[in-house]
Design a protein around this ligand. Structure first.
Ligand code: ZN
Length: 341
């Protein structure tokens, strides 16, 4: 996750700066064109291009897409439009160059999905109706350009696709209500409104194109505020863990602390429980789901929530949380690591 500068400036000033940044970035693309860097459609499909020209396009693609992060807009721009993306990628592949399967249109989804094991088959029946799709879509300010080209906009209830898998996690978050009843000590209904209020917009993207690594990134400050969800979120996580990632990102979007240390195996590490950063929020949500989800979720979902809570506790804090840290020093066995039963 990245956070450039926290919003704290007069709104008018912020808009003025945003305008300049936009202008500069448009200018950059314009100058690239004048510098001779053309797109695949113009250069190869209409004129016929040399191997050297394709090679130049590939280096730009490689820069954008191989390794961490893949700018979807840049790939479309490089191709000269979404209609030329596949031709460009096929050309690269025919020359023996590596391409990301998720950058084809539609993206190539991983083979051998096990939607029963990830919980993806369980939830779709509860939200696959126009009113609920509209509700989830609207609450997280999703828009067509961030979910089309095969990400699921045209096929919202298909849980093999990124959008359907995202809806599964949002519907699980919403399953317990949209506000915490007065006087209640059950925090489970609190997480949906927290997440939908904090997250500015949800985007579907390739990311590194792998089912592990960075799952999502939240951008705040003087730029287009958004949470991007990546291949690892869609295809590397089960439904309750995905819902936990939404809560994690919501904490970033809400102005929570940045990840502040690096010695943990999961990456995106928080120093400790008491930081109350994204990792603490993530654990709290899946813990509540396990603890209070009761008869509303299957025992399989409850087990996935428990497993996720314990994985994050064991791998995502630089100082692994203890029972005493979470419950206070009077709890039994305060120095033992916290484990979710
Ligand atoms: Zn994070």
């Amino acid at each position: 996750m990245k956070r450039a500068i926290n919003i704290g400036l007069h709104l008018g000033l912020a808009f003025a700066i945003f305008g300049v940044v936009r202008w500069v970035s448009h200018y950059r693309y314009a100058s690239n064109h004048h510098g001779g860097s053309e797109d695949y459609k113009e250069e190869c499909q209409s004129e016929g291009c040399s191997g050297e020209e394709v090679s130049e396009l590939y280096s730009s693609y490689q820069e954008e897409c191989i390794g961490e992060g893949c700018s979807y807009e840049e790939v479309i721009e490089l191709a000269g439009g979404s209609g030329s993306v596949n031709a460009m990628l096929n050309d690269f592949q025919s020359r023996g160059w590596q391409v990301q399967p998720c950058t084809f249109i539609p993206p190539q989804i991983p083979a051998g999905l096990n939607n029963a094991a990830t919980g993806d088959n369980d939830f779709v029946g509860g939200w696959c109706s126009q009113p609920m799709v509209d509700t989830l879509w609207g609450d997280f300010h999703m828009s067509k350009e961030n979910w089309d080209n095969g990400f699921g906009f045209e096929d919202a209830c298909n849980v093999n696709l990124p959008l359907g898998r995202t809806f599964n996690s949002l519907a699980l978050l919403r399953l317990f209500g949209t506000s915490m009843p007065a006087g209640s000590n059950d925090w489970l209904p609190w997480f949906y409104p927290f997440a939908s209020n904090a997250i500015d917009e949800l985007y579907g993207r390739c990311g590194n194109g792998q089912t592990s690594g960075v799952l999502a990134t939240t951008f705040t400050g003087l730029q287009d505020n958004r949470t991007e969800l990546y291949w690892g979120f869609f295809y590397g996580q089960d439904v309750p863990s995905r819902a936990g990632t939404i809560v994690h990102e919501a904490r970033h979007a809400d102005g929570g602390p940045d990840h502040n240390c690096s010695s943990c195996s999961a990456g995106s590490c928080d120093s400790n429980w008491g930081l109350f950063g994204s990792r603490t929020y993530e654990v709290l949500y899946v813990w509540w789901l396990r603890f209070a989800g009761g008869g509303s979720i299957t025992s399989a979902t409850s087990g996935l929530a428990q497993a996720r809570a314990n994985t994050v506790l064991a791998t995502a804090f630089c100082r692994r949380p203890t029972r005493g840290e979470v419950w206070g020093s009077s709890v039994s066995n305060p120095s033992a690591f916290l484990s979710i039963p």
